[in-house]
Design a protein. Structure first.
Length: 620
């Protein structure tokens, strides 16, 4: 692999009262810097750039004095353009407008915050644009105290890199260094992270390094060497992280990861779809990203989590044992089993799971279900043995942005299962030893949908709408209604959280349940033990299971009934104290009297979907 070494910083950087601009454009013989007036339209001056070794071009301009100096610019290459800067730190006029070199004056107050330990992670996934009516970083700040009081310990912000249009999920980002302007840009993100740390909340940023969006991606204008036809992804050519001239491409990604940690004080990253980051070189780019992110933290605890469908333990295996050394990985088998069991989903990848009590128990014992078996859907083996992976390295959920928004209508879990089932599923998620991830509003069983929305230009938008509707035409469960148009303003607005729901009778009890479950998770000795060997799940007949947790000399059992009537004789010689039942009236249920009456008779009684948490000890 032929690579130039010591790649200098690309983009714009301040040196005293000067700004140094640098691009990598090895396919061109000349380049120029174009400066703009404050209106972002009028060209002020064009400055020839000096060629440097390794295919770079450089220019220096003066006059950038002041605490918040700002320079608007683009680059012309080979007589074409001008184009925005692929390494821009700020895009105040959108992804097609001039880039901005700016000194951001911000006084951090979070010097005492050291991050969150893996065993204490409780993640809340948040889409900034729909989490509040304003859709900004700063509008989230008033909600931080409530999230922390609930028991959330870390925010996981869906992608922030600048994307085209007014709204987007973020996975069409094209400026890997520039926080989205409609969210509040760089200063807004700094204020949110600083405020989160003041509340004891870590902040993880969802970073997309497997592709760039189709609109506003100007990398090819500078050089096609950013991409390779040796690797294909669902979005086209893969990024060239392992071929000739790969070092500048690897730096583009690794320096972005460093920037989120160093400049915005983020406490970690969630790396999107790492199974689509193709790298045949050593070290793998994922390992390099994780190592660079941790170094950028300056000794603070940094967490790097992969989203990966392969069930590949190598991702979190230590580097000195031949792994990539990431901190955790999403393990979606738990979600799939639970959804099949309680909602009955059977299309797509749900064909690969049964949702039986036995298979849910196996998934809890192992961490994921597929550890090498052949997938009925693909006919190919999937997964590796997870027994060497600590539970704190596996992230479980019962819904997330994909599992909601990738449904045709963006309907949440609560639309597909009964309130009783939702409460039972939540208890098992939050009291298992694995890292729980909640999607915003889950804590009160929000009814607002999270739909797939975009704001592309007309032609691309038409293709996206047509593709979305074609995608779901083969799904039996989505027949008979028109799929919402991703380009419609109403689709975006319908996806905004409604905080007025929280105190309504149908939702307030769920929020109280989540608060109590998370308090138990954080404080009970048996539930704080997260090591393998401290828990065991087993089926109880065909329609129920129990998860037993042990630690600190204590034992807690989480009993979950999937359907029907459960009547289970409890072991003699033990006393069983009811910690909570999800059907208690304070949680919005029909009442927990049947559970208490059954315990008095030495029997666990659950009717319909329900869960009960028992503390056990030897009888006197």
């Amino acid at each position: 692999m032929k690579n130039p070494t010591n790649i200098p910083p690309l983009g714009a950087s301040f040196e005293g009262n000067d700004v140094v601009f640098r691009i990598w454009a090895p396919d061109h013989d000349h380049a120029e810097l174009v400066l703009y007036d404050a209106d972002a339209v009028t060209e002020r001056v064009r400055v020839p750039m000096e060629a440097e070794p390794g295919g770079c071009f450089r220019a220096r301009v003066g006059g950038a004095s002041g605490a918040e100096a700002s320079v608007l610019y683009k680059f012309g290459v080979g007589g074409a353009g001008p184009f925005p800067d692929p390494s821009s730190r700020s895009q105040p006029f959108g992804v097609h407008g001039p880039s901005e070199a700016r000194r951001f004056s911000f006084s951090w107050t979070d010097q005492g915050f050291g991050g969150v330990r893996p065993e204490d992670l409780v993640l809340q996934e948040i889409h900034v644009g729909t989490a509040t009516a304003e859709g900004t970083f700063e509008a989230l700040i008033p909600h931080l105290a409530e999230l922390r009081a609930l028991g959330i310990t870390a925010l996981e912000l869906m992608p922030l890199a600048s994307f085209p249009g007014r709204w987007n999920w973020g996975y069409d980002g094209v400026c890997l260094y520039a926080p989205q302007v409609s969210y509040g840009g760089p200063l807004g993100l700094m204020r949110l992270v600083d405020a989160a740390h003041a509340h004891g909340l870590a902040v993880l940023i969802d970073a997309v390094y497997n592709h760039l969006g189709p609109d506003g991606n100007y990398l090819r204008a500078y050089t096609r060497r950013y991409f390779t036809d040796r690797h294909e992804t669902p979005w086209g050519e893969g990024l060239n992280v392992d071929g000739e001239d790969a070092r500048p491409v690897r730096e583009l990604l690794a320096r972005s990861a460093e920037m989120w940690i160093r400049d915005y004080h983020a406490d970690g990253l969630r790396l999107d779809a790492t199974h689509e980051i193709r790298d045949d070189s050593d070290p793998h780019i994922l390992r390099e990203i994780a190592e660079r992110a941790r170094r950028a933290g300056g000794g603070k605890r940094i967490v790097v989590i992969a989203e990966d469908e392969r069930n590949e333990e190598r991702l979190v295996r230590p580097v000195n044992e031949g792994g990539l050394g990431l901190d955790a990985v999403w393990a979606d088998d738990f979600h799939h089993q639970m959804r099949r069991a309680f909602a009955g989903d059977k299309d797509g990848y749900f064909q690969d799971v049964s949702g039986s009590a036995a298979d849910i128990a196996r998934t809890l014992n192992e961490g994921w279900f597929y550890s090498g078996q052949t997938s009925p859907r693909t006919g190919k083996p999937r997964g590796t043995n997870p027994r060497s992976i600590a539970p704190t390295q596996l992230v479980h959920c019962i819904q997330n942005h994909d599992q909601i928004g990738n449904r045709a209508f963006g309907d949440r879990l609560g639309e597909r299962v009964s309130p009783a089932a939702f409460r039972a599923m939540s208890a098992l998620l939050l009291l298992s030893p694995y890292v729980p991830l909640l999607f915003m509003g889950q804590e009160w069983n929000a009814k607002t949908r999270f739909q797939y929305f975009t704001d592309h230009h007309a032609e691309l938008g038409r293709l996206v709408t047509e593709g979305r509707r074609k995608e779901f035409s083969a799904f039996a469960s989505f027949q008979g209604a028109e799929i919402p148009d991703p380009q419609a303003t109403s689709t975006f607005l319908a996806s905004k959280l409604s905080y007025e729901e929280r105190d309504a009778p149908a939702h307030a009890g769920v929020r109280e349940l989540y608060r109590e479950l998370l308090h138990l998770r954080a404080t009970h000795p048996a539930l704080r033990a997260r090591e393998r060997g401290t828990f065991e799940a087993r089926a109880v007949g065909e329609d129920a299971l129990v998860l037993v947790r042990r630690g600190g000399g204590k034992e807690v059992s989480v009993h979950v009934n999937l359907r029907g009537r459960l009547r289970e004789k409890l072991p003699k010689g033990l006393s069983h104290e009811l910690v909570l039942a999800t059907e208690e009236s304070r949680f919005g249920g029909a009442g927990g009297e049947a559970v208490r009456e059954g315990l008095a008779a030495g029997e666990l009684r659950l009717d319909g979907p329900a869960a009960a948490v028992l503390a056990s000890r030897a009888s006197a």
